[in-house]
Design a protein around this ligand. Structure first.
Ligand code: FES
Length: 178
């Protein structure tokens, strides 16, 4: 076991939850070269922390025995990885060809209007962020959007307020039960 792994097996030294730290410890053992675990680690870390902060990048670099610059060089290539916090619900509107032909821009404009933000914007209450994205693999049901990991498809602009209300209700219910 390397000193790096030995250090990181001490959960108190990780910025991640004990569960995620343990997942990372197991993940790096699965690859002949540790750095092959980089993309899944970045995605899992983003899911937990919300974005790739300097601390996230530093710890992942340390775990994989590479430099933070090497982590950034890879991470900046992927549009689904972000370096600033997103909203609690990240709304991704596909405007690629199938969706565009079936009204994606009207849909996207309605989201912009309803949320009062543009591309990569975050609402002032932190509940929503918005992104215009390339194909999300739901072309047969265009136009489609993705909110975190949930898909909504065959949409028209009048569906937008209802979709947003659905997520606002989730936030309210969580707050009421807290
Ligand atoms: S073009 Fe929109 S999901 Fe493929």
């Amino acid at each position: 076991m390397s000193s790096n792994t030995a250090n990181r097996s001490n959960e108190t030294m990780s910025i991640f939850s004990p569960q995620l730290a343990a997942r990372f410890d197991a993940l790096v053992q699965k690859y002949p070269a540790k750095r092959s675990a980089l993309i899944p680690m970045l995605l899992y870390a983003q899911d937990e922390v919300g974005y790739l902060s300097d601390a996230v990048i530093d710890e992942i670099a340390d775990r994989l025995c590479i430099t933070p610059l090497e982590v950034r060089n890879v991470a900046t290539y992927y549009s689904m990885l972000r370096f600033k916090p997103a909203g609690r619900f990240n709304v991704q509107v596909c405007t690629n060809i199938s969706c565009m032909l079936r009204g994606a821009y009207e849909l996207y404009e309605r989201f912009q209007h309803e949320l009062g933000i543009g591309h990569k914007g975050v609402t002032s209450d932190g509940v929503f962020s918005l992104e215009e994205v390339e194909c999300i693999g739901a072309c047969c049901w265009a136009p489609a959007i993705q909110v975190n990991y949930a898909f909504h498809d065959e949409l028209n602009p009048d569906d937008v307020p209802g979709i947003l209300d659905q997520y606002r209700t989730q936030v309210q219910n969580k707050e009421n039960n807290a």
